[in-house]
Design a protein around this ligand. Structure first.
Ligand SMILES: C[S@@+](CC[C@H](N)C(=O)[O-])C[C@H]1O[C@@H](n2cnc3c(N)ncnc32)[C@H](O)[C@@H]1O
Length: 262
């Protein structure tokens, strides 16, 4: 069937582009309270290692006495924007890794996900800013951030090109965009196993833990519909980023994409 530019993928369904965001919002509204637990259950804890790889690539300045970049003389904080940051999982890792010179802003469209993040931050005494915002149209100034990250968020955004353009706009010259997203498994044998696991185990665990198998069916289907990493790298390039690259992780289950605003 010919593809219509005013339609979008919502998992394996084609829906009007204008309807996709509301459908995505329903998914995350439904799973928000159990989101972090489900991430551990679905990935066997692997999402922690993937997010750590992302944070290592960001390389925020660290407190004195710890190895890594030291920007202690800089009067400006190192500003990171975590797009589609949800419950703040990446933001907390950035805060743990960075020192007091790192300022983290989480932007997400879903108030339920943000609320979980705000509660976590208050409990942990973390100074992280949470803002409700659409990645396609950020209420943030030009050239304000040293790094923009997005983990497992971009495939949920209806107009990916707009979100990439916004990431580019808010980055400082010399700033880096880093995107963690599910990818294509390229290890023979593992691909079949991954397929069986994704379509059978994940929705069943989703039903048991959140009562919503459909939400997890969408998440699995949306992974399959996301562009192959080389195609997504071209989209990052088309947004203006330079030195674009990607690194497959765990046999290609996930890829870490990178681009610079130069
Ligand atoms: C799979 S979760 C990832 C959350 C977090 N980054 C993590 O890795 O734990 C996807 C997130 O994307 C958010 N999202 C979806 N569409 C968005 C949009 N247009 N703008 C900003 N956030 C969006 C959802 O609300 C959800 O919190």
């Amino acid at each position: 069937m010919p593809r219509n530019a005013s339609d979008a993928d919502f998992g394996f369904r084609r829906v009007p582009l204008s309807d996709k965001q509301a459908l995505v919002d329903d998914v995350f509204h439904s799973v928000a309270r159990r989101y972090d637990l489900m991430n551990d259950l679905m990935s066997g804890g692997l999402h922690r290692a993937w997010k750590d790889a992302l944070v290592t690539a960001v390389n925020p300045p660290r407190p004195k006495g710890r190895p890594g970049r030291l920007d202690e003389k800089s009067p400006q904080p190192f500003a990171v924007l975590d797009l589609a940051g949800g419950t703040g999982d990446v933001a907390f890792r950035l805060a743990d890794r960075g020192g007091p010179g790192t300022r983290i802003t989480v932007a997400d469209i879903n108030p339920d996900m943000l609320q979980v993040g705000r509660e976590r931050a208050a409990k942990a005494g973390r100074d992280i800013v949470f803002i409700e915002a659409n990645a396609e149209s950020l209420p943030l100034p030009d050239r304000a951030f040293d790094a923009v990250t997005i983990a497992f968020g971009i495939r949920n955004v209806p107009r990916i090109d707009l979100a990439l353009a916004e990431a580019y706009r808010v980055l400082k010259i010399g700033g880096r965009f880093l995107c963690l997203e599910f990818s294509s498994v390229d290890v023979p044998g593992l691909d079949r196993l991954y397929e069986l696991y994704s379509f059978n185990v994940i929705p069943a665990v989703g039903r048991a833990v959140t009562g919503d198998a459909e939400a997890y069916r969408y998440l699995v289907e949306s992974i399959r519909k996301f562009p192959k990493p080389a195609v997504f790298a071209d989209m990052i390039r088309a947004a203006g980023f330079r030195r674009v690259s990607y690194t497959p992780l765990t046999g290609g289950v996930v890829a870490l994409h990178s681009g610079w605003r130069l």
